[in-house]
Ligand binder design. Structure first.
Ligand SMILES: Cc1cc2nc3c(=O)[nH]c(=O)nc-3n(C[C@H](O)[C@H](O)[C@H](O)COP(=O)(O)OP(=O)(O)OC[C@H]3O[C@@H](n4cnc5c(N)ncnc54)[C@H](O)[C@@H]3O)c2cc1C
Length: 550
């Protein structure tokens, strides 16, 4: 290793760290696992990334021990995606530039904070609507590698819907752009006797010969699990960028991204209805009908979350709830249709639905009123973070997603599991996509809780599968969900995922044991003994708070 680091220090412009404090810091992310790296590299530019990969590749060719390369944005992943042994490559320190902003696109380096890029776009009246709640603390590279999504996804889709092209460094050090390639472009690539040529030949073959298997994946409206082979064939074109989106740095490094932008809605033409329900059944029926009106957000918080927030920060929700008992469920339904008549019509239909099921509702139609009402939903995680004591709200089942019409059953069955395991829990999330964030309170220093954890996750993910769902709507597979994904995708499709990994990364250099090639023994061995959100990626407290309270 020392020899490799010596070689790297000669060819790289960016620095390398083996400082104990750095190694400790980079050994965790926003999830419950821990893996200590050997070194951290901070590449200056794409040439550095190319030289890094080529040097490590040559080092392996000479018969030396294998050293893996794992990309990291800001480490806010909640499942262990950016942690590993080997070398961690931090893209945030230097490769954080916005390279170009066009009328309807932006070209950006992966280490740029999403929020910083969005701010620049907004100055021009544009934005990318698939932003995650962690927008202020996550990088755009992390969002692309995870296929991140958020509250607007119900109408506008996920990150992958905005990616037009990705510059990558392949496992032999080739730098190339992947995009929606025409048949003649594909033929030209395929004719090359190179790794890139082989990738085009093999991925096209995998996709074209296995259409039925590929299309047999969970029928959900939001998905960041697996390798998205179902998105690669685009008519006669072949879009390899779509396999890279959501691949969690397991196939290549991403060194630049071109994303489509769309006009920002006029904030005065955005309206929000907050509705309160006495039962989950009524809220579920309401959410299902509201979904058909194509709202720009349809979010849910449950009674437990409201009571938790009230017990910790009673002032936060003051004036936001009706008098009387805590509602079983609150739904927030937003419409951003810029045509006034169309929006009013949608609001009218939404009110009719809400009046059938809710016991009270309120229309918010100024940006100030809306921001206030959104606190109900956005204050959730912030409060979760601040609960004192050893029991922490753990991100272990926080992204299960089922077909939207199964929302009520999903919540009911989840609560049955939590009761069985005697777990305190609260639920919030994206009702429109039936993607729910549930974080049970557990103490990882207790053996009993560690045992309970896997017994409970076994039952939870089995239940999600029975409902036709997926393990990860937006937070991706990383470690925890990679072991449960095969239940949902089946052996045939899993075999294709293994082939994709082998085609791009034959020597398993990039982020090993993530997405593919991971088992229970491995993840159990790397479960942390204490969990704290404090250790997330250089999160300045205020920034983190702003993210959630935004
Ligand atoms: C409070 C909180 C709220 C969150 N809310 C949401 C949400 O609403 N929606 C959502 O989708 N997620 C959410 N997340 C999860 C996470 O923030 C997002 O997935 C985010 O996009 C990750 O970005 P990051 O920069 O932190 O990436 P990291 O955590 O550093 O990395 C994530 C993955 O991307 C890979 N990667 C990073 N950079 C590159 C690169 N240059 N090349 C190749 N691979 C790369 C890493 O190897 C890793 O596998 C939340 C997390 C927290 C803590």
């Amino acid at each position: 290793m020392k020899r490799l680091l010596n070689q790297l220090s000669k060819v790289l412009e960016g620095n390398i760290s083996i400082n104990e404090e750095d190694l400790e810091y980079y050994s965790t992310d926003g999830g419950v696992f821990e893996l200590e790296p050997t070194a951290i590299v901070f590449p200056k530019d794409v040439n550095d990334v190319e030289n890094l990969v080529k040097t490590v590749d040559e080092f392996h060719e000479l018969g030396n021990d294998r050293i893996s390369l794992t990309a990291r944005g800001n480490g806010t992943d909640q499942g262990g995606g950016p942690i590993n042994t080997g070398i961690i490559v931090d893209f945030m320190k230097h490769m954080d530039h916005i390279l170009e902003i066009g009328d309807d696109y932006v070209v950006v380096q992966p280490g740029c904070l999403y929020g910083r890029m969005q701010k620049e776009l907004k100055k021009r009246g544009r934005y990318i609507p698939s932003y995650p709640a962690s927008i202020e603390i996550a990088t755009i590279g992390g969002a692309v590698a995870n296929n991140a999504a958020g509250e607007k996804t119900v109408k506008y889709g996920a990150t992958r819907d905005y990616v037009e092209a990705i510059q990558v460094v392949l496992s032999d050090g080739t730098v190339t752009w992947l995009h929606n390639a025409s048949p003649s472009q594909v033929e030209e690539k395929k004719s090359k006797d190179t790794l890139e040529g082989n990738i085009y030949r093999q991925i096209e073959k995998i996709v074209d010969e296995n259409q039925e298997t590929i299309n047999n994946h969970p029928n959900v409206t939001k998905e960041s699990s697996g390798y998205a082979l179902w998105k690669v064939r685009n008519g006669n074109n072949l879009n390899l960028a779509q396999v890279i989106v959501g691949s969690q740095g397991t196939l290549c490094f991403v060194t630049a991204i071109r994303l489509k932008t769309i006009p920002m809605p006029d904030p005065d033409k955005v309206e929000l209805i907050v509705s309160y329900y006495e039962s989950l059944d009524k809220a579920g029926s309401s959410a299902q009908e509201l979904h058909s009106l194509e709202p720009s957000a349809l979010e849910i918080v449950d009674k437990n979350l409201i009571e938790l927030v009230n017990s910790q920060k009673p002032e936060l929700l003051k004036g936001l709830l009706p008098d009387g008992p805590t509602p079983a469920v609150v739904l927030l339904c937003e419409f951003d249709n810029q045509d006034n008549e169309e929006r009013k019509n949608k609001l009218h239909q939404a009110s009719e639905i809400i009046n059938k099921y809710a016991y009270e509702s309120a229309l918010k139609n100024t940006p100030e009123e809306e921001a206030e009402a959104w606190k109900l939903r956005r204050s959730a995680a912030a409060v979760m973070w601040t609960i004192p004591g050893k029991k922490k709200a753990l991100p272990i089942i926080e992204d299960g997603t089922v077909p939207p019409h199964k929302l009520t059953e999903f919540i009911k069955r989840a609560y049955q599991i939590f009761e069985k395991y005697d777990l305190e829990i609260a639920i919030w999330g994206h009702a429109g996509d039936a993607d729910l964030h549930m974080q049970p309170f557990m103490d990882l220093s207790k053996t009993s809780d560690r045992k309970k954890l896997f017994a409970m996750t076994d039952e939870f993910y089995k239940m999600v599968h029975e409902l036709g769902g997926t393990a990860a709507g937006e937070h991706n597979d990383s470690l925890m969900r990679a072991v449960y994904r095969p239940i949902m995708f089946g052996p045939e499709l899993e075999k294709l995922f293994d082939q994709v990994k082998a085609v791009f990364d034959p020597e398993n250099m990039f982020n090993p044991h993530k997405k593919v090639g991971v088992d229970f023994n491995y993840i159990k061995k790397h479960l942390r003994h204490s969990y704290s959100i404090e250790s997330i990626a250089k999160l300045e407290r205020q920034k983190a708070q702003d993210t959630i309270d935004r």
